[in-house]
Design a protein around this ligand. Sequence first.
Ligand code: XLS
Ligand code: NI
Ligand code: NI
Length: 434
Amino acid sequence: MEYFDTPKITYEGPTSKNPLAFKHYNADETVDGKPMKEHLRFAAPYWHVMRNVLSDPFGAGTARMPWDDGSDSVENALKRVDVFFEFLGKMGIEYYCWHDRDIGPELNNLAASNEALDAVVEKLAAKQAETGVKLLWGTACLFAHPRYAHGAATSPDANVYAYAAAQVKKAIECTHKLGGLGYTFWGGREGYGTLLNTNMKRELDHLARFLHMAVDHAKQIGFTGPFYIEPKPREPSTHQYDSDAAACLNFLREYGLMDHFKLNIETNHATLAAHTMEHELTVAANAGMLGSIDANRGDTLVGWDTDQFPTDIYNTTQVMLIVLGMGGFTTGGLNFDAKRRRESPDPIDLVHAHIGGMDTFARGLKIASAIRKDGRLAEFIDKRYSSFDSGIGAKVEAGTATFAELEQHTLANGEPELASGRQEMLENLINEFI
Ligand code: XLS
Ligand code: NI
Ligand code: NI
């Protein structure tokens, strides 16, 4: 039985009018000496593809999932695995991501939930072996169950903290069993609703201890990671401790966790933090900490995490400029942490959505590669800082200049000339390629 009413999606080129074909994503075509699929490393999230019923705060789900009987049975969970792999196969997507509770049901107690999880993991392992699909990362859902209302690793209740630890222990073990390339922490409830009832210092200390215990456990079982932290400023909580890339880096440095973690940057979370995606990626990449990307987008007219599919070529170009600039992904990839709209309930809408995301990134990749080959952009930036290449500027960079010398320099040289940043010219230059 097949549920996605299409043959395997293939590349038909930019002139094709077939909505069920790639116009730009050609998996094996090389860009800068590497196949597109290896540059882009697309992943599909189990939660949005298989479990998102497309409800919103004002109404019930609309998604048509004829394969799903809506129950918490292991049988139903196993059935979803077949459907998910049909989807991955038809899309030519070679990586995926999950939360423990997406793949296995949360049952009455931890032992029962773990047992169900084991059964699904066994099937996922078989499907991965059969298809060559790989797990990009696993994670634990520490935000949906009511027990986590006050947080998980930052809960004021040590019993809740322990439950969360047990869940993460198991999720890391399952990730390892499936040969997962990474493991993500997204702190949905790790923050606060109000500071009136919150001891921020204790909560952050507890969170750091939690992550250190995760590192220790990974070592014990031979999982070599990396761990990712995924920043997001708010929603569901008022303030989340991992609010943006800079806050995460500060936290990881303060608590001695830099060696074991990287960041997983999500477009819609960047914009919720009032940053651009390029800003967040640049902050992470500059610290050598850009691990992976949750590739989606927000809506400028709607103020929440709408998790839409990327369709903006300008944005994917900027993302790929940074990814190419750091030499590409190692363990990470582009996970479409995106869902189709509530008004798009059909299984085939999932196919259209992913075709769009993949084509948009394929164009971003090609355009970014062309901009880099052209070289004018990089050359402009180099020139803009060239006064630091010699003379007093070079002394500053070498750390040998003093305030007294800089004063001398200024007294001798007088007023510096105001140079143009040529923003408009550079914007035109980018549009030449788009
Ligand atoms: C939610 C997050 C979540 C993480 C994984 O906003 O993006 O989906 O990626 O827990
Ligand atoms: Ni995400
Ligand atoms: Ni999100």
